[in-house]
Design a protein around this ligand. Structure first.
Ligand SMILES: *Cc1c(COP(=O)(O)O)cnc(C)c1O
Length: 369
C-alpha cells in the first residue's frame, strides 16, 4: 500500500497563519461501560431524534440528490424570513452558524486586522479569526461568566474589524441583556461589524431573549446568528443562518461556498420551521430539565456557574467552574457513563440531555463534592 509518509519530503508552503491555529476539538464520544448506559453530554446536542414528519421529509429528499440544491436556497430563506418576520433580503444561510462565522471573518478581516471576542467563549472564534490571518483579542469574562462589555468596548482599536458577542455564552450559559448590548453598540464605531451569536436563544427564558432579531434593523453593523443544530435538533445536517442588513448579507454570500447548504438539510430545516410549535415543546422540556437539575445540584452544594445571579445558564448546558479539579471530576463522570466537555484547569460544561443523564449528573456531582 502507498503511504504519504516517509518517502518524499513535503515542501508545500502553507500560509504562515496556519502554524498557530489550534484544531477545533469536537465533543468526545461516550465510552461504553458494562451495565451502564453511556451519554454524550459534551456537544450541546438535542437528545431528541427528529420529529417523524421531519424524518420523512429527509427520507423523501434523498430521491433527488442527483440534482444541485435550489440556487440561493430561496425556499429555506423565505421560510426563515416568514418565521422571524424579517425581509428575505436580510437572511443568509450556510453550513451551520460556524460556516457563517468563517464567512464573516473572510468578508471583513485579514492580515493586520483584529477580531475580538470574550473569553472563554465559543472555540470557533479564535480559529476563524486566525484562518483569515487576523490577530485575536480575547477579553476575559466577568467572574460570574458574563461578557465584560465595558472592557470589550475599551479594547476596540483602529484595527478592530469584527467583534463576536455570544448570548447565551458557550460555555458559561450567561446572557447579554438588551440594555447592556445597546450601550455596547453605542460605543462601537459604525464601521466595525458586531456578531451577536444566538445559537442557544430558543432555550433563553430571560426577559430580553432573542433581542438581536428584534433590534438588528436599527444597527446596520450588527449580524445575528442562529442555528438549526441545537434547539431544532438538526446538528448532523449543518444548517445555520444570519440576519443582518441587506448589504452585509450580500457580502456574506460573496464569500460563501456555492450550494453549501445541501438539499436534504434545506428541506429538513423548512419542515422543522413548519413544525416549530411541536419542536418548542421539546425545548420547553429541556428548559424544565435545566431548571430542575440546577435546583437539585444547588441543594447538594454543587457550584453551578452563576446560580441565582444574572450569570445563570439560559442555554441547554451548565458550566461548573471546578478549576484545578476539573480534569479529575471529568474523568470520574466519564467512568460512570457521562462524557462531558473538559476545559483543563477551568471547568467542565455539561449538556442538559436525557432525564437519566441529568439525574446521574446530580447524583454523581452531589457525591463527589
Ligand atoms: C453550536 C454553536 C454554534 C452553531 O453551530 P453550527 O452547528 O455550526 O450551527 C454557533 N455558536 C455557538 C456559540 C455554538 O455553541
Amino acid at each position: 500500500m502507498n503511504s504519504s509518509d516517509g518517502t518524499a519530503k513535503l515542501e508545500v508552503r502553507f500560509r504562515e497563519a496556519l502554524a498557530s491555529i489550534p484544531s477545533y476539538r469536537a465533543g468526545k464520544r461516550p465510552v461504553p461501560i458494562d451495565g451502564v448506559s453511556a451519554y454524550k453530554v459534551s456537544s450541546n446536542e438535542n437528545p431528541y431524534p427528529p420529529l417523524p414528519k421531519v424524518e420523512q421529509v429527509i427520507a423523501s429528499s434523498a430521491s433527488h440528490v442527483n440534482r444541485y440544491p435550489d440556487p440561493g436556497n430561496m425556499e429555506l430563506i423565505n421560510a426563515i424570513s416568514e418565521h422571524l418576520g424579517v425581509p428575505d433580503s436580510d437572511v443568509a444561510v450556510s453550513v451551520g452558524a460556524v460556516g457563517l462565522c468563517y464567512q464573516l471573518a473572510a468578508a471583513v478581516a485579514g492580515v493586520g486586522d483584529e477580531v475580538m471576542f470574550a473569553w472563554r467563549s465559543f472555540e470557533a472564534y479564535p480559529i476563524v479569526a486566525q484562518v483569515a490571518g487576523a490577530a485575536t483579542v480575547a477579553v476575559p469574562l466577568t467572574p460570574d461568566g458574563r461578557h465584560d462589555l465595558d472592557s470589550m468596548a475599551d479594547a476596540i482599536t483602529d484595527r478592530t474589524r469584527l467583534i463576536f458577542v455570544c448570548s447565551p455564552n458557550n460555555p458559561t450559559g450567561a446572557v447579554v441583556g438588551r440594555g447592556e448590548f445597546e450601550n455596547f453598540m453605542s460605543r462601537v464605531p459604525r464601521d466595525v461589524l458586531v456578531v451577536l451569536d444566538e445559537a442557544y436563544t430558543e432555550f433563553d427564558r430571560s426577559v430580553d431573549a432573542g433581542h438581536g432579531v428584534e433590534t438588528y434593523s436599527r444597527h446596520p453593523n450588527l449580524v445575528v446568528l442562529r442555528t438549526f443544530s441545537k434547539a431544532y435538533g438538526l446538528a448532523g445536517l449543518r444548517v445555520g443562518y444570519a440576519v443582518a442588513h441587506r448589504q452585509v448579507i450580500e457580502a456574506l454570500n460573496k464569500v460563501a461556498i456555492p450550494f453549501c447548504v445541501n438539499s436534504v438539510a434545506s428541506d429538513a430545516a423548512v419542515a422543522s420551521l413548519a413544525d416549530h410549535v411541536e419542536l418548542n415543546l421539546r425545548v420547553d422540556e429541556l428548559v424544565q430539565e435545566r431548571e430542575a437539575t440546577t435546583l437539585a445540584l444547588s441543594k447538594r452544594g454543587v457550584d453551578v456557574q452563576g446560580l441565582g445571579s444574572p450569570g445563570e445558564s439560559q442555554a441547554n448546558f451548565l458550566w461548573f467552574p471546578f478549576g484545578d479539579d476539573s480534569a479529575r471530576i471529568a474523568a470520574e463522570l466519564e467512568s460512570r457513563g457521562l462524557t462531558v466537555r473538559l476545559f483543563e484547569r477551568e471547568g467542565i460544561r455539561v449538556t442538559i440531555a436525557e432525564s437519566e443523564a441529568n439525574q446521574r449528573l446530580v447524583e454523581l456531582l452531589g457525591g463527589l463534592l
